[in-house]
Design a protein around this ligand. Structure first.
Ligand code: GLN
Length: 474
């Protein structure tokens, strides 16, 4: 088998048994990149030192050192997560020439494990998008069907895993950006509980919603990456921990015996793609056969989630993006006055979607509208969180589709922001409520991957991963 097709657990085992070298593993991913990245465009830059790093890992292993699971494993890192000395542009023209001055905490944690960063993953500008079409470095193509989008905004991360450019990846998820591209590309992606993973070194979109999350072929691999990046970080006041980590190498026969899976009645409505619904319900029935109990739950405020998200997120985004003013980072277009410099830099540096959200966010935060929109949205957000709290009194995880549709054609929804926003319907609530959620592949419709989303209680990634691992064993 081509080493780039292995899972992280398989590759780590083979390396431990000295049947595979990190050098061969990294070479095989680099070959895949060489062959396909020109078209797929999942990576915006590729590491020049990966092979040397692999050799160094192999040397340490041959000298008898007992290395962590991720040692020698090639990972792609989304372009909004800092790797010292590498570009960090968040997919935007305004940061095109920006170099990271420090490692994000997650990057430092992975580095300490010996993981190898193979390249920067392409993304929608500032993580705003669901299709990886609004990328300054060009559209990403879905490796399953190159005429289709890979989802977004971590489309480069998901496509890199699906195409064998890396065995795993980091993405960021503010409203679904790890889970939805995972679903559309047929890989697995987790958004951890808010606060479980440090955001230090992540270029912020909406700080109260953002979480960095892992993508890989399987839930077990995702668990391995999560256990490396989670934990309290003094540099991020919203982070917490330590946690009870899920260890797939120990839980080799995961079980769902007695786990209560909630099906929200508001999620399976007429009009949704029947093929998606059928795949998701089939996966749920399989879990039932394995001992899970299926219960109906209600999330009555679901219909407000999209409106709340598209008020809270732009409000925070407009504030976070205010720092890109041509003075301190990245592009500075110059001008006769300070005002003109701001206007030219921001006018030329931001793409259409970023401008749209900055304007929306500034509007809802302005005097007179703050109470009517922003404050009201915060109240509704709390109601959404309470809905989940109630639902979790009668179930342990909640199942739904990740995306209402399979991957669509490039260009199909671009230029129609409202239709694009609607594709986030199932994923945004988990961010608003701060709870963990994972997308696992659960079948195909006309050859295109469908993702099952499982949402869990705050900080109960353990149950989520156990159910996801069981699902993948069916
Ligand atoms: N698609 C959503 C948006 O455009 C989610 C983005 C994200 O999670 N970063 O806001």
């Amino acid at each position: 088998m081509n080493p780039s097709e292995l899972t992280i657990l398989e590759a780590a085992k083979l390396m431990r048994e000295k049947k595979l070298t990190a050098y061969d593993l990294v070479s095989s991913c680099l070959e895949r990149i060489e062959a396909d990245n020109g078209e797929i465009n999942a990576l915006v830059s590729v590491s020049k030192t990966a092979l040397d790093e692999a050799k160094a890992i192999d040397a340490r292993r041959s000298s008898g050192e007992d290395l962590p699971m991720l040692a020698g494993i090639p990972l792609a890192i989304k372009d909004n997560i800092m790797v010292k000395g590498w570009m960090a542009s968040a997919g935007s023209r305004i940061l095109e020439n920006h170099t990271a001055a420090y490692d994000a905490t997650v990057v430092a944690q992975l580095r300490a494990q010996g993981a190898i960063f193979i390249g920067r993953a392409n993304m929608d500008e500032f993580a705003m998008g669901s299709s990886s079409e609004s990328c300054h470095f060009g559209v990403v193509r879905n490796p399953v069907d190159r005429e289709r989008v890979p989802g977004g905004s971590s489309g480069g991360s998901a496509a890199a895993v699906a195409a064998g450019f890396a065995l795993g990846a980091l993405g960021s998820d503010t409203g679904g950006s790890v889970r939805q591209p995972a679903s559309l590309c047929g890989v697995t992606g987790l958004k951890p509980t808010y606060g479980r993973v440090s955001r230090y070194g992540l270029i912020a979109l909406a700080s109260s919603l953002d979480q960095i999350g892992p993508l890989a072929k399987t839930a077990a691999d995702v668990a391995v990456i999560l256990s490396a990046i989670e934990g309290n970080d003094p540099k991020d006041a919203t982070s917490s921990g330590p946690y009870e980590t899920y260890l797939p190498e120990i839980d080799t026969e995961p079980s769902v015996e007695g786990v209560r899976i909630g099906i929200p009645k508001e999620y399976f409505l007429d009009g949704m793609d029947e093929r998606v619904k059928a795949s998701v319900m089939y996966a749920v029935r399989q879990l039932e056969k394995k001992g899970a109990k299926i219960v109906e739950v209600s999330l009555p405020t679901t219909e407000y989630a999209l409106a709340v998200y598209y008020l809270v997120m732009p409000a925070e985004a407009s504030s976070n993006l205010a720092r890109f003013d041509g003075m301190r980072y990245g592009l500075s277009a110059g001008g006769a006055t300070l005002q003109e410099t701001y206007e030219r830099t921001r006018g030329e540096g931001f793409g259409a979607e970023a401008k749209r959200r900055i304007m929306l966010g500034t509007y809802v935060l302005s005097k007179g509208y703050y109470d009517a929109y922003y404050r009201k949205a915060l109240k509704a957000r709390e109601r959404i969180r309470l809905d989940f709290e109630d639902a979790f009194k009668v179930c342990d995880v909640i199942a739904s589709p990740t995306s209402p549709t399979v991957a669509w054609k490039i260009g199909e929804k671009f230029g129609d922001p409202l239709t694009m926003y609607l594709s986030d319907i199932y994923t945004i609530s988990a961010n608003l409520a701060g709870i963990p959620a994972i997308s696992v592949p659960c079948g195909t419709a006309d050859g295109l991957p469908v993702g099952l989303q499982l949402m869990g209680k705050p900080f109960d990634e353990k149950t989520l991963l156990r159910v996801a691992c069981t699902q993948q064993k069916t």
